[in-house]
Design a protein around this ligand. Structure first.
Ligand code: 6AU
Length: 260
């Protein structure tokens, strides 16, 4: 069972190289925290990366919400990620025909394939999305998180969609690093990472349909390996201290879950 195994032993079971690297980082750095850097200013983004860097395994970006994006941002961002040993994850949520996804991944303003080790994709459009990500150039080591469930109220995903998404993930074992979901869906696949957003110590929801659960709940009840925290950290006065707090409660919950 995935939930009772340590990240250390799961690192060896990962078929995707970034998932393997991620398990190693989580294990050695003792953190399962992914901070969602949903900020609109590049300098602010770099400052956040420095502040939370010691406490995270992943920095998740929505690079297209930056008002002052320039490719020059990428070099210092990679430098910070290497120095603090975390992974860059662009939450692009690809959801188009394969050919368009290929352009969105490799071209345009952001050149995501050159710097993001991890990206998200929807299963909605079918396998072409994954074929496109697989064959595009860019980083040698990269991984995809497929969205099987989402945190927002009123979403249209049903059981059939979830099942078909997991089946699609199984067809691309070298490409898929893990699954974004809200419940322990794939207990029999310890090499895959469960990434769960919608995590807050204070809030239950926001004004636009986001729903939150506590760090303990997402790890112990919902099966999260990595927990995504956005505003719980970015909205704090001391973002480094907030990240440290989330990291600690998440890690404690993980220790209470593993059996080896
Ligand atoms: O903690 P928050 O609500 O400030 O931010 C949550 C972050 C945002 C969302 O784009 C993302 O998590 N997210 C995702 C992801 C990671 O793909 C899926 C989902 O179901 N819900 C969700 O909030 O950056």
């Amino acid at each position: 069972d995935r939930l009772s195994l340590s990240f250390k032993s799961r690192a060896k079971l990962a078929r995707n190289p970034v998932a393997g690297e991620l398990f190693e980082i989580m294990s050695s750095k003792k953190t399962t925290l992914c901070v969602a850097a949903d900020l609109t200013n590049s300098t602010d983004l770099l400052n956040l990366a420095e502040e939370v860097g010691p406490h995270i395994c992943i920095l998740k970006t929505h690079i297209d919400i930056l008002e002052d994006f320039h490719l020059n941002l990428i070099k210092p961002l990679i430098e910070i990620a290497q120095r603090h040993n975390f992974i860059l994850f662009e939450d692009r949520k690809f959801a188009d025909i394969g050919k368009t996804v290929e352009y969105q991944y490799s071209s345009g303003v952001y050149h995501i394939s050159l710097w993001a080790s991890l990206v998200t994709a929807h299963s909605l459009m079918g396998k072409g999305v994954l074929d496109a990500l697989k064959r595009s150039g860019g980083l040698y080591k990269r991984g995809v998180f497929l969205l099987a469930e989402v945190s927002s109220a009123g979403n249209l995903i049903n059981d059939g969609y979830v099942k078909a998404t997991l089946a699609m993930a199984e067809e691309y074992p070298e490409l898929i690093a893990g699954v974004v979901c809200q419940s322990p869906l794939f207990r029999a696949h310890p090499g895959l990472v469960q990434l769960t957003p919608g995590v807050s110590l204070d809030a239950e929801k926001d004004a636009l349909g986001q729903r939150y659960a506590s760090p303990r709940n997402v790890v112990l009840e919902r099966g999260a390996d990595v927990a995504v925290v956005g505003r719980g950290v970015t909205g704090a006065k001391d973002r480094g201290a907030a990240a440290q707090k989330y990291r600690e409660v998440l890690w404690e919950a993980y220790l209470g879950r593993v059996e080896e």
